[in-house]
Design a protein around this ligand. Structure first.
Ligand code: BMA
Length: 302
């Protein structure tokens, strides 16, 4: 169902203005007629910060902008070892974009939040959830007055996707496992949210990654799920099979081999197009595209 963009990879260390280890796992948003990627850039120390890359058509002509507000702060224990893997949603009631991301703290990876209204200045909101937690995104609206967050804690070595709720984006509760790992399956080792949740007429489309250990390390592939529109703690459908996996050379070989890791999506509803931005092999950024109607039809048969 997903077709790769012929110009992949769209961004890699080779076309970066300075020496880096990798540029991957970007959040994405539309702002002022431009596609904005918030790319994870890993420096030569091994720590990540975010850089903005923007483009008029979302495929070519990327302009790279470094912003000192998007780098990590070694003196802040929340993010002393970098910031990673942002997911972006626009929260209409606030008039702001919410960026949930992983901060690498002394105690392990935590889920943090920052807000922006212009992708120029950013308001750090601090840690939402304690370690070990990753792969988080808010939903763009509230449910019964509560904000909802998808995230992936690791407890006793088990890595399932959870959903939690908050009245104020600060205190979180009503925690529930939403999408568990499936022993023996392609997504047996751990699962985590991929792109931000996408609202469709049939429900919230969840694009998630599933990892399975093999003799040569973990293989990261992509599966789909559908959540109830008004009660997103209810899982309506889940794909049995993975729908997108490492096949091209730039996905099979890199810093972490055999990894496709979607973190951002643009849904062009009128055109029935879903465009996903993903990290390939923890080294570069790529694009793939599907018809939303194909994904929903497929899920309905699962
Ligand atoms: C996950 C995250 C991602 C990374 C992926 C594949 O656990 O840390 O940032 O892309 O592993 O290595």
């Amino acid at each position: 169902m997903f077709k790769r963009y012929k110009g992949n990879p769209i961004l890699s260390p080779k076309n970066w203005p300075y020496k880096i280890s990798g540029v991957f796992n970007p959040g994405v948003a539309l702002y002022k007629n431009k596609t904005i990627l918030l790319a994870r850039v890993e420096d030569l120390k091994g720590f990540s910060c975010f850089c903005i890359a923007n483009s008029t058509d979302g495929f070519t002509g990327w302009e790279i902008i470094s912003n000192p507000e998007l780098t990590y702060n070694c003196n802040n224990q929340e993010e002393m070892w970098g910031i990673e893997d942002p997911r972006i949603v626009y929260i209409k009631e606030m008039g702001k974009f919410a960026i949930s991301y992983v901060s690498f703290s002394r105690g392990g990876p935590v889920v943090s939040l920052m807000l922006t209204s212009d992708f120029n200045s950013f308001e750090r909101q601090g840690v939402l959830l304690p370690p070990e937690d990753k792969d988080a995104s808010l939903f763009p609206r509230r449910f019964n007055g509560l904000y909802a967050l998808i995230h992936r804690p690791i407890v006793r070595g088990e890595a399932h996707i959870w959903i939690s709720f908050s009245p104020d984006l600060k205190y979180w509760g009503d925690n529930k496992i939403l999408i568990p790992t499936r022993p023996g399956w392609w997504d047996c080792h751990h699962v985590g949210l991929g792109t931000q949740p996408i609202e469709t007429d049939e429900g919230w489309l969840i694009i998630y990654h599933g990892a399975r250990m093999t003799a040569s390390g973990a293989v990261y592939r992509v599966g789909l799920a559908l959540l109830d529109l008004e009660e997103p703690w209810k899982l309506i459908k889940r794909s049995d099979e993975w729908v997108f996996g490492p096949e091209e050379q730039y996905e099979l070989v890199g810093i972490s081999d055999a990894v496709v890791f979607p973190t951002g999506a643009i849904y062009k509803k009128q055109e029935d197009r879903l465009i996903i931005y993903y990290g390939s092999a923890d080294y570069s950024i790529c694009i793939a595209e599907a018809k939303m109607s194909d994904l929903i039809d497929y899920l309905m048969k699962c």
